[in-house]
Write a protein of this length. Sequence first.
Length: 496
Amino acid sequence: MITIRTRFAPSPTGNLHIGGARSALFAYLWAKKNHGQFILRVEDTDRAREKVGALENQMEGLKWLGINWDEGPKKGGEYGPYVQSERFDIYQKYAAQLLAEDKVYRCFCTPERLAQMRQKQQENKQAPRYDRVCRHLSDDEIEKKIQTNTPYVLRLKVPEQGTVEVYDAIRGAITFNCQDIDDQVLVKSDGFPTYHLANVVDDHLMKITHVIRGEEWLPSTPKHVLLYQALGFSAPQFVHLSIFLAKAGGKMSKRHGETSLLAFRDKGYLSEAIVNFIALLGWNPKTEQEYFTKEELIEQFEISKLNTANPVFETEKLDWMNQHYLKKLSSGEMFTKMKEMISLNSDVALYKLFAEWFSGLSVKHQESIWHNLKERSKTLEEVAVNTMNYVNKEIVYQPQELIWKKSDQKTTIKILENLIEKIKEFAKEDFLVANLEPQILAWIKTTEWGNGDVLWPMRFALSGEKKSPSPFELAEILGPAETINRLTKAKESLNA
Ligand code: GLU
């Protein structure tokens, strides 16, 4: 039986995109499901486009999601090295073989000539393509150019007629006309291989059985198929994944908000939620199940259940899923994650504030606050905002806003006076929603006032907002001293 081997092969040209993370996830799931291996390979043949820190970002992102590679950079493996820039001699050997077998040719065209050619093609509304001038040079002409050290690239001899068939596991057979395929450059004039040559050679040498990648690579695949044939290799199975669409339409890109995986982490999404969410973008388990652990995904993932239609990336749905996972955390687990944010995040001020505040609370308070807070927080960032916004608030009261619509100024002053006295009856350790809510509601019943008369000014005094969490939750978050302080200030503003 053959061992299933898949890979994720990013180029270190930018941060790990959330769509790239999904390609990696599917490749990982397929390998794990089949007890095979998942490989990380760095495709750094295009040195000009390389970005400092990109590879680290990509690896950190994969690790955060728990997409651990069996072979790859730093880890090693039987088929290494796993960084293409360390494999140049390998590509040279195959390039020499292709040249000897007349499957590639030297192209001496200068960049200026190619630019002119392209411009003409554009003017004539033709597809941009190398016009194959050098494919027809005589042996003498070639020899002369080599003698004079004229720089050259190596191009693949794409058949001038006929078709190439790409078989994609979810899209079926796709036929490409050879006349539409460019004579792809395989080796650049500096001797560096291009993505195409290195990718094909490595997938072969690393014994990759399934190439799972984004649909944007589909136009390259016929060239790869031809290259596999030219090299005498058998091609792997191809799986081209759909791409994420933005809700506003079009491909999901930076214009629509965050696309970098780690930016989602920094905003307080949980890795379990991200894994679950992206797994369902383009993969349909065909059951009612909505929540999947990584283990369940490994068990249930099937290439045959991948869709070709491009899924819409709905942030609302991600928020909702994140809240589902957030709610499962105990207050201690939530706090641990929050502290992780401080060590991982570049923008830590908010998370630090939260951690300082939260660590000063009793466990009973932490648990009670978390119990209520998770009902209205979708991300860890919101957890911090939904508390710190109130804890650190300087409120300037507008007297009119403190008065319930059916009440008046004098009554509101009296209510606040009485409420302050009532609040003073609670011991600090009992200042919990579970005590505050029933006891204050019961007390209101003994007065001449209704719930609105009391709870509106209470809520407004504590939040400074017309719409905010319940006054009991706010009181619990603020603690007795600050609750009394705000109620007093609110009362004074009415007196003034
Ligand atoms: N290096 C390519 C990328 O940056 C890999 C494409 C492939 O998986 O073949 O996405």
